[in-house]
Design a protein around this ligand. Structure first.
Ligand SMILES: *Cc1c(COP(=O)(O)O)cnc(C)c1O
Length: 495
């Protein structure tokens, strides 16, 4: 039975449902499974199974204190017709790679893959533990998490949600998606600051023991929908297993043959899930971590030095504009030989000095990873190239990954079957995508561009976009980055 330890104190150990409820460990560490379970059915037997069936086989191993009935209920409530395809996560082949389309859920970004199930995992856990407090989801978003979490938690009984986003750090469509969110339990706040400011603010609120006590006395408990929650991470492992067995079922891979994955990375959740899938027994050869111009992770994989002290660049792939990748801590903990003291010290250095360096022994354990990055110009050129060669339109985040794929293949001549995680629909970043496809800047209205993207790509405009064309703005709160705590207590009406 898998239990969860804190990356900063191995003596802390909780069950899966407790880890889902708490989000973050009390000492500020992240929960990690005490061992990564191996799949107990063969990949061959999984080939051809539905997404929901594969999800159950993967998640039951990680969420071992959920009953079969509970887990199947969560899975079936999440992966239903909120997704616009029965495959849930379909593959498209284009110009020498397979694009794993993770954007067929309610908000057309890959965050839906986990955030459509997290509310069910959380409310199930609350029931198991006879929790009486209302769960308050507090989230910092670089754009996509916010909307996906809002959609997942809207009007879920026993929960409320507060989302902070950087006022000038998200696309117009992302912002409109959030500020038009319905649901009596939803709150959206713009902050004057960037994503890291929002994330730091949220972490501080979570770490405030005094506030937690006040909350509890008044019937509330915080939880996190950020990708640090294992209830986000575990569902992401599923689609890497599913992709592999789908490629086997379709005869694109023989069972046992390796695949590479390229993941456009921000907070390091998605690629960490691929790493866990590998440890479960999926033959993944290289985990290729793709960054945009905020290339902290590329530098880290090159040098072993993680240095967040640099200029923060606003790019056309805003969901990856991140200098502190929270989930990397789980990998650091692993490559430190699960030594929580070593990890805690490195995280202290990151917080206080802005950087840390891992030892060469630790670095040697990262050999499965390769790093790459794409400039803004390269990203746009890749969107145009894939469109011209294959008639396939990809979004800016996916294009960062595709650029890194081309560069990696060119540099290494590695011709392993490659899966590129396609993390958002091009409709979510229509302006940047159309400017890239047409190779010129435009000041046309967003929805004019939506209609032209439809003509160009031949892909139907998703519901998520149609919905916001005429939707009413419901959220207008703005606060300074050092006023986030007051904002939260104000929204909850805490005494
Ligand atoms: C969140 C997000 C990413 C980054 O994923 P991480 O798990 O944070 O590394 C990439 N692309 C899109 C579109 C996203 O929404």
């Amino acid at each position: 039975m898998v239990r969860y330890k804190s990356t900063r104190n191995s003596n802390i150990s909780v069950t899966a449902s407790e880890a889902v409820l708490k989000g973050l460990a009390d000492d500020g560490g992240l929960f990690v499974p005490d061992s990564i379970p191996a799949l107990d059915v063969s990949l061959q037997d999984l080939a051809g199974k539905s997404y929901q069936e594969v999800a159950y086989e993967v998640m039951k191993l990680f969420l071992s204190d959920y009953t079969e009935e509970e887990l199947k209920h969560c899975i079936n409530s999440a992966y239903d017709d909120k997704f616009d395809t029965k495959k849930i996560a379909p593959l498209k082949e284009a110009d020498g790679a397979y694009y794993l389309e993770l954007f067929h859920g309610a908000t057309i970004a890959f965050k839906d893959m986990a955030l459509s199930i997290l509310p069910h995992l959380l409310t199930t856990a609350a029931k198991k533990h006879n929790m009486k407090e209302e769960i308050v989801i507090l989230t910092a978003t670089s754009g996509d998490t916010g909307k996906a979490a809002l959609a997942g938690f809207a009007d879920v009984p026993g929960t409320s949600i507060i989302v902070f986003y950087p006022k000038d750090g998200v696309s117009k469509i992302q912002e409109k998606q959030m500020v038009t969110q319905v649901g009596d339990n939803t709150n959206v706040v713009a902050i004057h600051g960037n994503f890291d400011d929002a994330q730091t603010g949220v972490k501080e609120i979570f770490g405030d023991k005094e506030l937690a006590k006040r909350m509890k006395e008044q019937g509330y408990q915080f939880s996190s929908a950020n990708s640090i929650n294992i209830g986000r991470l575990v569902p992401q492992v599923v689609y890497y297993v599913y992709t592999y067995v789908t490629l086997v079922a379709e005869g694109k891979l023989t069972c046992g043959e390796p695949m590479n994955v390229v993941v456009p990375t921000g907070n390091f959740g998605n690629i960490l899930a691929a790493y866990y899938a590998k440890q479960m027994g999926v033959p993944v050869k290289k985990l290729i971590c793709a960054s945009n111009e905020n290339k902290v992770l590329f530098d880290f994989f090159e040098t072993g030095v993680y240095d967040r002290k640099r200029e923060f660049v606003l790019t056309s792939s805003p969901s990856m504009d991140i200098l502190v990748s929270s989930n990397l801590e789980r990998l650091i903990y692993t490559c430190a030989g699960e030594n929580s003291d070593v990890n805690a010290e490195l995280m202290r250095q990151l917080k206080e000095e802005g950087k840390y360096e891992i030892t060469s022994d630790m670095k040697a354990k990262l050999a499965d990873f390769a790093g790459g990055y794409a400039s803004e110009a390269e990203t746009a050129a890749t969107i145009r190239k894939v469109y011209e060669k294959a008639g396939y339109v990809i979004d800016t985040h996916t294009a960062v990954a595709a650029t890194v794929f081309y560069k990696y293949r060119e540099a290494t001549k590695d011709d392993t079957v490659t899966v590129i995680a396609s993390t958002a629909s091009p409709y979510k970043f229509t302006r940047s995508v159309m400017e890239a496809v047409e190779n010129k800047a435009t000041d046309e209205d967003d929805f004019t561009l939506v209609d032209r993207l439809c003509e160009v790509s031949g892909v139907k405009v998703p519901n998520a976009i149609e919905e916001i064309r005429n939707a009413k703005v419901r959220h207008t709160m703005v606060c300074d980055k050092d006023k986030m705590q007051e904002t939260v207590t104000g929204i909850l009406g805490l005494k």
